[in-house]
Design a protein around this ligand. Structure first.
Ligand code: PHE
Length: 455
């Protein structure tokens, strides 16, 4: 106990607490903002199909791998790879995760700030303060973006300083049910509105002509991002799990919850766009494609809410509160990774680590606030490439250096005889061969398609 205190490490109180916290990390802007926009941009249901393959064939095995590494080592990603690997290179996998996490959090805070700002924008607009509403809703207003990003970081730091069971677990246990409730109410409401069914049709109709390597790369990046994989967030969360917990079962719950909420969010966002269309709002660009994701959530939807009077106020405030809550449970896990690193490796107190590192990342987010074009660049480098690259390294490390037999031994503490089960054999095969192969193939075909002489 004294040791635990000195390291500032904690534990989840219960399996449910862990599953909700991990699902809270997974369910975020990636589900409610990212997924529906990606579906709209990338050929509807064809994207959903590839996405599901990525989640089950790559995401779930990697999630089990991360949780197992975390629980076995009881360490942050850098410390975990240092402990399990022999050479000086192993910890670099953790360092890469740390870098990706910090850079992702830098832009994630800005988008989270937009969601928070729009809760206020909806209220200001309804009560007639149109000019102020326009400022608060302006996505390109640097100072306004900076203020809301920093506010978001303050909320994140406050929860993180509370620790694992008292801070993160308590907060997510409260926030997740509210989030799911709000989402369901909004879907039922939107589906009753005129035009909604056109959206449902577009959502569920695959357009095979859109299929290309870019779509596959996006789907894989989206799967890693949405499941919080490839950067050690789940190694960190795994390090607080108790030994008798069944990692495979918990990982399956988290994956299903994440996919389920992304799929549900599609039933809200895409039909809502067609409701907007039927009330005369333009949702197509000059070439006849649906407008890009960001405009969709932050321009088209608010316009629809504005046209709906008092009901629009309630719906708008509920929707953006929902987004803010989902984002908050994810920023918590993004910040927890470098914080746990500082606590474990540099013996800094949780409070100091949270304020110091959180403050540093807040400064980065202020830079992004003034240069929102950076968001696209950061998404491409750290999310679409960085996370799958991290996942690839985790699979290779676990499969060929730490060895799947050792991992199965760790998993068996909460799942008897997994080493002899067919599940154990399948999982090992996926970690050693299928996942690296699939991730590698997507990378190679993307590079290939980018080379000018191959057109
Ligand atoms: N999964 C979160 C989302 O969907 C984002 C995230 C990525 C959180 C990586 C933690 C680690 O929004």
């Amino acid at each position: 106990m004294a040791n635990t205190e000195a390291h500032g490490r904690g534990n989840w109180n219960s399996t449910l607490g862990f599953v909700l916290a991990a699902a809270g990390s997974a369910v975020g802007l990636g589900n409610i903002w990212g997924f529906p926009s990606q579906v709209a941009d990338n050929g509807g249901a064809i994207f959903i199909l590839i996405y599901l393959i990525c989640c089950f064939a790559i995401g779930l095995p990697v999630m089990i791998a991360e949780l197992t590494i975390g629980r076995h080592t009881k360490k942050n990603p850098v410390g975990a790879f240092r402990m399990l690997g022999k050479g000086p290179l192993a910890p670099l996998i953790g360092v890469w995760g740390l870098i990706c996490g910090v850079m992702i959090l830098a832009f994630y805070l800005v988008v989270s700030g937009w969601t928070l700002a729009y809760v206020i924008e909806e209220i200001l607009y309804y009560f007639g303060h149109r000019d102020l509403a326009a400022v608060v809703g302006n996505l390109e207003h640097g100072t306004k973006n900076a203020i809301f990003s920093v506010l978001f970081m303050l909320a994140t730091i406050t929860i993180i300083t509370g620790g694992i069971s008292n801070g993160i677990e308590k907060a997510t246990k409260m926030l997740m049910p509210v989030l799911i409730g709000l989402l369901l109410i909004m879907i039922f409401y939107v589906l009753t509105l005129e035009g909604a069914m056109d959206g449902v049709r577009v959502y569920l109709m695959p357009d095979f002509s859109e299929l290309n390597t870019g779509v596959v790369l996006s789907a894989m990046g989206q799967a890693f991002f949405s499941l919080s994989l490839g950067m050690g967030a789940l190694i960190t969360y795994g390090s607080y799990i108790s030994k008798n917990q069944n990692i495979v079962q918990s990982a399956t719950y988290v994956t299903l919850a994440d996919i389920g909420i992304a799929f549900l969010a599609g039933f809200l966002i895409i039909p809502a766009m067609y409701v907007a269309l039927s009330s005369g709002i333009d949702i197509l660009d000059a070439e006849g494609n649906l407008v890009r994701g960001t405009q969709l959530v932050f321009i088209v939807l608010p316009e629809m809410f504005h046209n709906m009077g008092g009901l629009g106020l309630v719906a708008g405030v509920a929707f953006f509160t929902l987004l803010s809550l989902a984002a908050l449970t994810s920023t918590i896990s993004l910040l927890e990774v470098p914080v746990s690193y500082a606590i474990d490796e540099h013996r800094i107190t949780r409070r100091k680590a949270a304020w110091g590192i959180g403050g540093g990342i807040a400064v980065l987010s202020v830079i992004v606030s003034y240069n929102i074009n950076l968001i696209d660049v950061l998404v491409s480098v750290f999310n679409e490439i960085g996370l799958p690259l991290g996942g690839l390294m985790i699979c290779i490390f676990l499969g060929y250096f730490w060895k799947t037999e050792n991992a199965l031994l760790e998993i068996s503490k909460g799942y008897e005889n997994v080493g002899e089960s067919s599940f154990g054999a399948i999982w090992s095969f996926f970690i050693r061969y299928i996942c690296p192969l699939l991730i590698g193939l997507v990378f190679i075909s993307t590079i290939y398609s980018m080379l000018p002489w191959f057109g």
